[in-house]
Design a protein around this ligand. Structure first.
Ligand code: RB5
Length: 149
């Protein structure tokens, strides 16, 4: 894993509370949580929050990103439109580990209306504790990158 310990967090209105819980959790683990909000509960639009977090990762300001919305799906779709971002929605710890090991995912998306807090934190742990394995997987990730150009 990189020496950059900064993880950007964002969400829409649906997932503010879980996002703040995740931020406290990763801070306790020694990461620097860069929580870019929102902080107030008015209805907002997940694409702008997904894109804002993705830009922090794409620019290398943050090493990784964790984003949340109701399903995790919409905000993931927005983040993946930013060049250099590989974000997966995870509802289980196996997938959270594998998107790091095989897909070199740099962002994780979670749906607050899909998983409970305990599982969400386990998913975060699985994601953060895994590293990209390279080798044959690097070739495939390079093929994803080629699709961006
Ligand atoms: C907001 O109601 C909801 O649509 C959003 O949080 C998310 O689930 C979209 O993918």
């Amino acid at each position: 894993m990189t020496a950059n310990k900064r993880i950007v967090l964002s969400s829409d209105h649906a997932a503010i509370e879980l996002r703040q819980t995740v931020a406290a959790h990763i801070t306790a683990l020694g990461w620097e949580a860069v929580d870019i909000g929102p902080t107030t509960p008015e209805s907002t639009h997940y694409p702008k929050h997904g894109a804002a977090a993705a830009e922090r990762v794409a620019s290398s300001d943050c090493a990784l990103g964790i984003i949340l919305c109701g399903t995790g799906q919409g905000i993931m779709m927005a983040a993946n439109k930013v060049k250099g971002i590989r974000c997966g929605v995870c509802t289980d710890t196996f997938s959270a580990r594998m998107i790091r090991q095989h897909n070199d995912a740099n962002m994780l998306s979670i749906g607050v209306r899909v998983v409970g807090e305990g599982l969400a934190l386990d998913i975060v742990d699985a994601f953060l504790n895994a590293d990209f394995e390279g080798d044959r997987h690097a070739l495939r990730v390079d093929m994803i990158k080629e699709l961006e150009s």
